[in-house]
Design a protein around this ligand. Sequence first.
Ligand code: AHM
Ligand code: MG
Length: 334
Amino acid sequence: MSQPTSKTFREFLNADQHAHIHQDLKDLLLDVANSCKKISHAVHQGALANLLGSAGTGNVQGETQQKLDIFANDVLLEDHSRKGKLAAMASEEMDSIYAIQKPFQGAFLLLFDPLDGSSNIDVNVSIGTIFSILKHPSSSSAPTEADFLQVGTNQVAAGYALYGPQTIFVVSVGNGVAMFTLDPESQEFYLTQANVQIPKDTKEFAINMSNMRHWDAPVSRYVSECLAGSTGPRQKDFNMRWIASMVADVHRILVRGGVFMYPWDKREPDKPGKLRLMYEANPMSFLVEQAGGASINGQQRILDIHPSKLHERVSVILGSANEVNLIMKYHKSN
Ligand code: AHM
Ligand code: MG
């Protein structure tokens, strides 16, 4: 097969439009992309590398860890602990932060969901790695959990790798969203979509319908109006998709529009939602906004939320701007 002619990820970062970005951040992003290549390789080996199934352990959120959750977490920790770019890391799979030891300390904080969509690992459905990068606020002192508790608007970069039929790396450094496809032969990420834009309108929504009886009134109203189709108040037919890997559902929305919802529900009223603010909602909201979409928890923009703890959960509604704004209106008038 012929070699792709588009830019590699490295060439993209070195282009004039990114001249203002600190070299350490560029190097960090290249390191993250390289870790994702290793995880991609392991995902595609699956049972051949004895990487399917449960690890028999639980994480801080009380969820059972899969072997690939732990493998991906270890790859990211090992690849970043001695590169000199980070002050600390935090992961969905670790109870507390991982501080970088001297003399390897750098200026950034890296947060990740090492393997999103864990329930899909064993059934060969798309999964991914989600990451968020913040600046370490106090360069002189040792990093603490409090340093991570920054609003999502502070993210200097965010992205994900999607391990599907192709491995795709999607990233934003705050000036739009770009998508790269991994060439399996050269193991390079090549730019395959620059300036990603989410259409403002859509006829597609994504939600776990089995939770319907637990939803709050605004979400029930929105979904029932979609289901009513062309004879209902929306006067158009909607389609529904639910992959159960946020990374794959958000990827679809970045490619062709749609709305993704994992809202608060009445099963556990004190729990704000299922998804994690710092490892899932913030990086995905950053990408979605950078692509012209919107992302809210119902009442407010997710990127404006002041986190109170590392593993905070949040209700998530994101995607095509006009639909998300309509759902926000339903919440405000409830
Ligand atoms: P994970 O990070 O442990 O994989 O959990 C998050 C996932 C999301 O990717 C997905 O949107 C959601 O959980 C699916 O939940 P459900 O199984 O309730 O449909
Ligand atoms: Mg996840």
